[in-house]
Design a protein around this ligand. Structure first.
Ligand code: PHE
Ligand code: NA
Length: 453
C-alpha cells in the first residue's frame, strides 16, 4: 500500500524545502565557486541561471509533485507506464549523492569536536588530509577504513533514519522547524563576525566586484548552472516528492519563489560573511587573497580552521558554531535525499516507511564505506564530477521533454495557475520546452568536449 502522508502546515513545507535547498552547497560550495569564477561576475550568470532554469524547474517539480501525488517514480508512471524509468534516474542519482554528501557532513561533525581545542594546530592542511582523512594516494588504500569517519557516518545515518522513519509531519517537518531557525541564527552570528573583522572589506570587495571579462568564459556559465541545480535540489526527485505531500490546491508558484529566493538570499549573506573572514585572513597574515582559498573542500576544512586560529577572540566558540552550522545544514538536506529514495520504494513495492527506510539506511552505510577509506577523496571527486556534469543535466533534459512535450507544460500550468497567488505566463512553457533543454544540451556537449580533450 502506498502510504498517506501530509505536511502539517504550509510553513512546515516551506521550512523543509528551504532546509533541503540550504546545505553544504550554500556554505562552502557557493563561496568557493563564486570565488573561482570571477568573484562578483559570477553573480550575473548565477542570477541568469536562477531565473531561466532554476525557478522554472522548481515550478515544474512543485507543480508535478502536487498534481501527481507521488515520488518521481509514481509521478512519471502516472504520466505513462512507458515513462516510469525516467522517474528512477533521479532516485539513483540522489542515492549516489547521498552516500558521499553524508561523508562530508561526517567530517563537519568531527570538526565540531576538533574545534574545542583547535586540534588541527598550526597545520590545518596536513591535519585535514593526514589525521582527519588518513588519506593515502590512490585505489590501493581502499581497504583501510577510517574508523572515526565511519563512526560519525553511522551516527549520521542513524539520525537520518530516525527522522525519515517518523514520517513527513512528525519527522521531517518537526526536524525542519527546529533546524532552520537555529541555522539562520548561527549563520547570522558567523556573518556578523565576518564583516566586523579588520580587513573584511577587501574580501567582500572581491566577492561583489564584477570582473566582466569572465562573462565570456563558458566555464563560468557551466559552473553557475551546476551550482543552481545543486543548491535548489532540483532534478534529484526531492522537490517532486516533498510537493506530493501538499494539498492539491497549494500555491505552487509562490512556494517556488519563496524557496528559491530564501535559498539564494542565504547563499548571498553567507558569502559576504565568508569573504569577510577571508579578507581578514589575507590582511592579518599578509598572504594574498588569491592564495587564502585552496580548493572547494579546503574552504571549510582548511581555510576555516586557519581563520579560526587567527581570530582575535572566541576562537573555540566560533569554530564550534561554524561546524555545527555545517552539520545542521547538511542533515536538513540529507533527510530530503533519504525521503526521495524511501518514497519510491513505498510507491513501487508497497514497502512500509519503516522497511524502506531501513533498507536505504543499510545500503547507504555500505555505499558510504568507500568514501571513508584512504582513497575516499579520490572516489568522491570522480563520482561527484560524473553525477553532476552528466547525470543531473541529463535528468533535467528528460524532465523538460517529458513534461514540456509529453504531458504538456500548458496543461500543468493550467493546473496550478488558478490556485496560485500570481499567475505564470506562457514564458514558462517556452522555458521548459525550448530554453532549458537547449541550455542543458549545450552544457552536456561542453562537458563531453572537455572530457575528450
Ligand atoms: N541543496 C543542497 C545543498 O546545497 C544539496 C542537495 C542536493 C539536497 C540535492 C537535496 C538534493 O547542499
Ligand atoms: Na539543508
Amino acid at each position: 500500500m502506498s502510504e498517506n502522508n501530509q505536511w502539517g502546515s504550509r510553513l512546515g513545507f516551506i521550512l523543509a524545502t528551504v532546509g533541503s535547498a540550504v546545505g553544504l552547497g550554500n556554505i562552502w560550495r557557493f563561496s568557493y565557486v563564486a570565488y573561482e569564477n570571477g568573484g562578483g561576475a559570477f553573480l550575473i550568470p548565477y542570477l541568469v541561471a536562477l531565473l531561466t532554469t532554476g525557478i522554472p524547474l522548481l515550478i515544474l517539480e512543485f507543480g508535478f509533485g502536487t498534481k501527481m501525488r507521488g515520488s518521481t517514480v509514481l509521478a512519471y508512471k502516472k504520466l505513462s507506464s512507458k515513462w516510469e524509468w525516467i522517474g528512477w534516474w533521479p532516485v539513483i542519482s540522489v542515492f549516489i549523492l547521498l552516500t558521499y554528501y553524508i561523508v562530508i557532513v561526517s567530517w563537519s561533525l568531527k570538526y565540531i569536536f576538533y574545534a574545542f581545542n583547535q586540534a588541527w594546530g598550526s597545520n590545518p592542511e596536513g591535519f585535514f588530509y593526514g589525521t582527519n582523512l588518513k588519506l593515502t594516494s590512490g585505489i590501493e588504500s581502499l581497504g583501510g577504513v577510517n574508523l572515526t569517519v565511519l563512526i560519525s557516518v553511522v551516527a549520521l545515518w542513524a539520525i537520518n533514519y530516525f527522522i525519515v522513519y517518523n514520517g513527513i509531519e512528525k519527522g521531517i517537518e518537526k526536524a525542519s522547524k527546529i533546524f532552520m531557525p537555529l541555522l539562520a541564527f548561527l549563520m547570522l552570528i558567523i556573518t556578523i563576525r565576518g564583516i566586523t573583522l579588520p580587513g573584511a572589506v577587501a574580501g567582500i570587495n572581491k566577492f561583489l566586484n564584477p570582473d566582466f571579462s569572465q562573462l565570456l568564459n563558458s566555464k563560468v556559465w557551466l559552473a553557475a548552472y551546476g551550482q543552481i541545480f545543486f543548491t535548489l535540489s532540483v532534478c534529484f526527485g526531492v522537490m517532486i516528492t516533498y510537493a506530493s505531500y501538499l494539498p492539491k490546491d497549494s500555491d505552487v508558484v509562490n512556494n517556488s519563489f519563496i524557496t528559491a529566493l530564501a535559498n539564494c538570499a542565504f547563499s548571498f549573506i553567507v558569502g559576504i560573511g565568508v569573504f569577510g573572514i577571508l579578507g581578514y585572513m589575507a590582511t592579518h597574515s599578509g598572504v594574498p587573497l588569491e592564495e587564502v582559498v585552496t580548493q572547494s573542500i579546503g574552504l571549510a576544512f582548511i581555510a576555516f580552521p586557519k581563520a579560526i586560529n587567527m581570530l582575535p577572540a572566541f576562537n573555540t566558540l566560533f569554530g564550534v558554531l561554524f561546524f555545527s552550522a555545517l552539520v545542521i545544514a547538511g542533515i536538513s538536506s540529507s533527510i530530503s535525499m533519504v525521503e526521495a529514495v524511501v518514497k519510491p520504494l513505498n510507491d513501487k513495492f508497497g514497502w512500509s516507511r519503516k522497511k524502506a527506510a531501513t533498507v536505504v539506511a543499510v545500503l547507504g552505510v555500505l555505499g558510504s564505506l568507500i568514501f571513508t577509506t584512504g582513497a575516499g577523496l579520490y572516489f568522491l571527486d570522480i563520482i561527484d564530477y560524473f553525477n553532476m556534469q552528466f547525470g543531473i543535466v541529463t535528468i533535467g533534459i528528460l524532465q523538460c521533454i517529458a513534461i514540456g512535450w509529453i504531458y504538456k507544460s500548458t496543461k500543468l500550468r493550467e493546473f496550478f495557475n488558478p490556485v496560485s497567488n500570481f499567475q505564470i505566463g506562457s514564458w514558462w512553457d517556452f522555458t521548459i520546452k525550448y530554453l532549458t533543454p537547449l541550455v542543458l544540451g549545450i552544457m552536456l556537449i561542453l562537458s563531453f568536449i572537455s572530457e575528450i580533450k
